[in-house]
Design a protein around this ligand. Structure first.
Ligand code: SF4
Length: 237
């Protein structure tokens, strides 16, 4: 699979972004997800690929997003050290990463590690929806907490997933408002066809585009990815 692994996001929250590769998602159960397939147990091969992506970072916005198809904790230490080096050398002051709920206890030490080199960590969690029953029964997301405030406690930003069967404009709006109340930033992903049995729902997507998108399109705290490659990394068509 040939993936684009470096891009620059120019509009909201301008930043460079790299798509790195780790040992693979430890959870791997979310029913809508197949991007955990971007993984390898070979640390040296991952490191070479990650170094090639990180070598393109210029530091132009002093802000970098380093994602992998899973959680930051699944990156090898050699790659984390390389991220740290690039942050220092390119003057990165803010680093955005992603983490599943199950790794929340690893985050304080990671924040301290990057703070020691002058970098503020912003950690994004995939919540997908604050409707805990739908999230766990239908999506199998693996967050054993229903209170949004408690979910948000160890994290800064959240991802939401819309365009799924049963979702309504009211429900999606409620999710974004909850996200904005408890998190610094909200990233909305719209379900696209992939290799899982979960299909995008045309009615839910249409409701989002018609009734929800116009309200948040210009909100500087809300990223909206109508296609999952809108950040410029991943499997570009
Ligand atoms: S959405 Fe994230 S946590 Fe869930 S299976 Fe995919 S990579 Fe793993």
């Amino acid at each position: 699979m040939e993936l684009t692994r470096y891009s620059v996001i120019e509009d909201k929250n301008p930043r460079e972004i790299v798509l790195l590769r780790g040992r693979g998602c430890a959870w791997r159960r979310c029913r809508f997800c197949d991007y955990h397939l971007d993984a390898s147990k070979d640390e040296q091969v991952n490191l070479a690929l990650n170094c090639a992506a990180l070598a393109q970072v210029t530091g132009q916005y002093a802000r970098l997003e380093a994602i992998n198809s899973g959680s930051f904790a699944e990156l090898d230490e050699t790659t984390v050290a390389e991220i740290e080096r690039v942050c220092r050398e390119k003057g990165i002051r803010d680093l955005h990463i992603e983490s599943h709920w199950i790794f929340r206890k690893t985050l304080p030490a990671l924040r301290a590690r990057f703070a020691a080199v002058g970098v503020t960590l912003h950690v994004k969690i995939g919540v997908e929806t604050f409707d805990a029953d739908y999230r766990e029964r239908v999506l199998d997301k693996g967050i054993d907490e229903t209170d949004p405030a408690k979910i948000a406690a160890g994290f800064d930003d959240c991802c939401l997933l819309f365009g799924l069967a049963g979702q309504t404009a009211d429900g999606m709006t409620r999710d974004i408002e909850t996200g904005l109340r408890y998190f610094d930033r909200v990233c909305v992903n719209i379900m696209v066809p992939n290799t899982t049995p979960v299909r995008p729902d045309g009615a839910a997507r249409a409701a989002f585009v018609r009734d929800v998108y116009p309200r948040y399109r210009d909100n500087p705290r809300v990223d909206i990815l109508l296609e999952n490659t809108d950040f410029g990394v991943g499997e570009l068509k």
